[in-house]
Write a protein that binds this ligand. Structure first.
Ligand code: FES
Length: 161
């Protein structure tokens, strides 16, 4: 008579518990790695670039700038110049190393290394290598004055408003 064959691993209560624990752990590991993979792919897909302010923007109505005004919009790094019925925009970024120039009695002055510019942005002193650029100014259909910092124009070109 043959003796009953014993299974290689006895399926006792302890063995089943260990097997279940190992199954749960491997399942949990697979699920966790799936979550990490999905999460890291979503982070990778989403662009991390931050976009600055647009270079073409409205500054409101021309009437907001009285004749003779030289108003520096530091956040935009531009100075709005209004003379009579003409308006223009001059960069306030120093052409030396990029500091913001301030409006002065004689034009513009840079606090960083002392460059000075006249009312039109032409260099009158200091290390600045070139004049402050003028930007194109247009009127939007709703009458707003729009400055386009991507388009430099020749100094002295005003927009009639
Ligand atoms: S950054 Fe203006 S003078 Fe140097």
């Amino acid at each position: 008579m043959k003796a009953p064959v014993k299974p290689a691993i006895e399926e006792t209560g302890d063995a089943m518990t260990r097997r279940r624990v190992l199954s749960w752990l491997s399942g949990f590991g697979l699920f966790g790695s799936l979550i990490v993979t999905v999460f890291s792919n979503l982070i990778f897909i989403k662009p991390r670039a931050t976009y600055g302010q647009p270079n073409r923007f409205s500054i409101g109505k021309a009437e907001d700038f009285p004749s003779g005004a030289r108003i520096s919009l530091d956040a935009r790094r531009v100075c709005v110049v209004r003379e009579g019925d003409k308006i223009a925009a001059i960069s306030t970024t120093c052409t030396h190393l990029g500091c913001i120039v301030s409006v002065s009695e004689t034009g513009f002055s840079c606090p960083c290394h002392g460059s000075r510019y006249d009312q039109d942005g032409t260099v009158t002193g200091g290390p600045a290598p070139r004049a402050l650029p003028w930007y194109q100014v247009t009127l939007a259909p709703n009458g707003d004055v729009v400055i386009d910092k991507d388009t430099e124009i020749e100094a002295g070109n005003y927009l009639r408003v």
